[in-house]
Design a protein around this ligand. Structure first.
Ligand code: NOJ
Length: 602
């Protein structure tokens, strides 16, 4: 293994993000402050007390910037403006100030791979001529000839497919009215990819970072962090790209040496043959991305040390992902291996081992994620016949989950996640045990994947449904109980949301909300986020038992088929099962589909 060129510093246990519980807010669906049926920043501010009582340390807001909303705001038209749907910059400042006053850090989303087609740069690029500096900020290319030598340029520059379905290239009409060049969009046609070889792009994104850092943002969640740099020459590629890499591609053995920890140049590091994207993708996880994150690391450092970045990078294996969190790059990366493990002890134990080892090799903390705005909610996934399945959306024609089983397992998996060392991410509504909305009418769907795949992929709307705050109010109180005048929520809510509303679970013994509150408080009190994992003798993944010690606490999760005994000398101090109500100390069995926290008996 090559030596790192600079020593790896020890993890910074004092950094707030190292063990933080971060709550993801999808702004359009969290809380509506002005009654228009769309969540907004004033809604977030109004609900900060709720997040404080949940006990989280930070919030991450998905994009709220000016955008035509072709992809729920991940199509940014102006990186420095708040979209009027969500409020104003003043609303952002108020929200951030209030969050800070309550001790909550604020992470904003940065979308550097692409802009909206309504971004002024893209408009300028369309108006400018091929070969112009304006076009060079994006990835414009001439098409290939259909009739050789004709110059018709009718065939896309290469065969890349959009992650949302269909081709990754669209052809523009030039100012003279003739069909012209093609531009690359790894996602929707309305999300043109930026050209990260262009210095304007690099400078602009640095300036965007500073804009939000100056306003007081504590960190950035970096969208498609593995996608910014493309392989020179943009070669054809026969693989299949998806947001969730590695779920459909074959897993290959590595024949290359491991990557070195620490900060160093990337030149000597071959792209691993083990990449789940086989053959390796020419547009994801290119070595050139790391130089960008080293640059941003220096920008954040100007602001005093505890600002952070978390990478959204669907990269495998864990060692490859760890390269994004080397000491001079980002601070965290979402652990999608854990999210993909499903309700399966062997897969979960492997994911835990691999993630901890890879993160430790670069001195970074791990993250633990079970749900987000791109994935079917884990309370639904775990209720499917195969609890390791990972559907890309669920519709009325698909298998419907066993809701009770899914919820029991989701609560149990959450207790595992919250007991692991590092940082845990909670997606809004999972603390209520919300299921995926699997019966949305097609007429309500908004996700571009649904349209670009002609419905073959149902899309992600089902996990983005507005939260229920109060069972008896219109829209389950999504619009803050404003009045019956409030518009209907932007996506219809299923009836199952009513009994799961916040006001039904608040202070209710055994509710999922109270379980999250208790687990987050326990995690903080026991310092689990800064602890470690030591597998105990009860650990038997092949029998469905996951058992580890973190400090004084033993976590026992039963993913098997028979109840497991509570080890001698231990008592249950928290259980994912509501029963026996308030009497865990007497429990001697851990039921299937549950997790318990144990401590030495008194
Ligand atoms: C990942 C985001 O999480 C997802 O919602 C979005 O559609 C794509 N990146 C494109 O920005």
């Amino acid at each position: 293994m090559p030596e790192p060129s600079v020593p790896v510093p020890p993890p910074a246990p004092s950094a707030w993000w190292a063990d933080a519980v971060v709550y993801q807010i999808y702004p359009r669906s969290f809380a509506d402050g002005n009654g228009d049926g769309m969540g907004d920043l004033s809604g977030v501010t109004a609900r900060l007390p709720y997040l404080e009582t949940l006990g989280v340390d930070a919030i991450w807001l998905s994009p709220f910037y000016k955008s035509p909303q072709a992809d729920g705001g991940y199509d940014v038209a102006d990186y420095r403006q708040v979209d009027s749907l969500f409020g104003s910059l003043a609303d952002f400042d108020t929200m951030l100030q209030e969050a800070h006053r309550r001790g909550l850090k604020v992470i904003v989303d940065l979308v550097p791979n692409h802009t909206s087609d309504e971004h002024e740069w893209f408009r300028e690029a369309l108006a400018a001529a091929p070969g112009s500096p304006e076009r060079d900020r994006y990835v414009f290319r001439d098409g290939k000839d259909d009739v050789p030598g004709s110059g018709d340029g009718r065939i896309a520059p290469n065969n890349w497919k959009s992650i949302f379905g269909g081709p990754a290239w669209s052809r523009v009409t030039e100012s003279d009215g003739r069909p012209g060049q093609w531009y690359l969009h790894l996602f929707d046609t309305r999300q043109p990819d930026l050209n990260w070889d262009n210095p304007d792009v690099r400078e602009e994104m640095r300036s965007v970072l500073r804009f939000w850092l100056d306003r007081g943002a504590d960190g950035f969640r970096v969208d498609v962090a593995h996608g910014l740099v493309k392989q020179p020459g943009l070669p054809d590629w026969e693989g299949v790209a998806a947001m969730v890499e590695g779920t459909s591609a074959p897993h290959l053995e590595s024949h290359l040496p491991g990557d070195a920890p620490g900060a160093h140049t990337d030149a000597e590091e071959p792209h691993r043959a083990v990449s789940p994207m086989y053959p390796p993708s020419p547009f994801f996880d290119q070595d050139g991305v790391h130089e960008i994150y080293r640059d941003w690391n220096r920008v954040l450092a100007e602001y005093g040390g505890d600002r952070m970045m978390v990478a959204e990078a669907w990269v495998e294996p864990a060692e490859r992902l760890a390269r994004y969190i080397r000491p001079d790059e980002m601070q965290q990366a979402f652990n999608f291996d854990f999210l993909l493990a499903g309700w399966d002890a062997e897969r979960m134990a492997d994911a835990i081992d691999a993630s901890l080892a890879a993160a430790a090799s670069v001195g970074a903390p791990c993250t633990w994620v079970l749900s987000n705005h791109d994935t079917v909610r884990h309370s639904t996934r775990f209720g499917l016949t195969d609890p390791t399945s990972f559907p890309k959306g669920l519709g009325p024609a698909d298998e419907q989950p066993d809701a009770a089983l899914g919820l029991a397992r989701a609560r149990a998996a959450t207790l595992v996640a919250l007991a692991l060392p590092g940082s845990a991410y909670v997606y809004q509504g999972e603390e209520l045990g919300l299921p995926e909305h699997t019966a949305l009418p097609d007429s309500a769907r908004q996700d571009p994947t649904f349209f670009r795949t002609h419905g073959a992929e149902i899309g992600r709307d089902g996990c983005r449904v507005p939260l229920p705050w109060a069972q008896d109010q219109p829209g389950y109180g999504f619009s803050g109980g404003l009045s019956t005048q409030a518009s209907a929520p932007w996506l219809p809510q299923p009836e199952s949301f009513g009994p799961l509303a916040v006001d039904q679970q608040d202070d209710e013994e055994g509710s999922t909300l109270e379980l999250y509150r208790a687990a987050i408080a326990f995690r903080a009190a026991q310092g689990l986020g800064s602890g470690g994992v030591e597998w105990t003798e009860e650990h038997a993944p092949d029998s469905g038992l996951l058992a580890f010690r973190n400090g004084e606490v033993v976590v026992l999760s039963n993913m098997g088929f028979a109840s497991a005994p509570v080890p001698e000398g231990y008592v249950v101090v928290l259980s994912s099962c509501p029963e026996p109500a308030g009497d865990w100390a007497g429990m001697r069995e851990v039921p299937v589909d549950s997790t318990v926290y144990l401590m030495a008996g008194r």
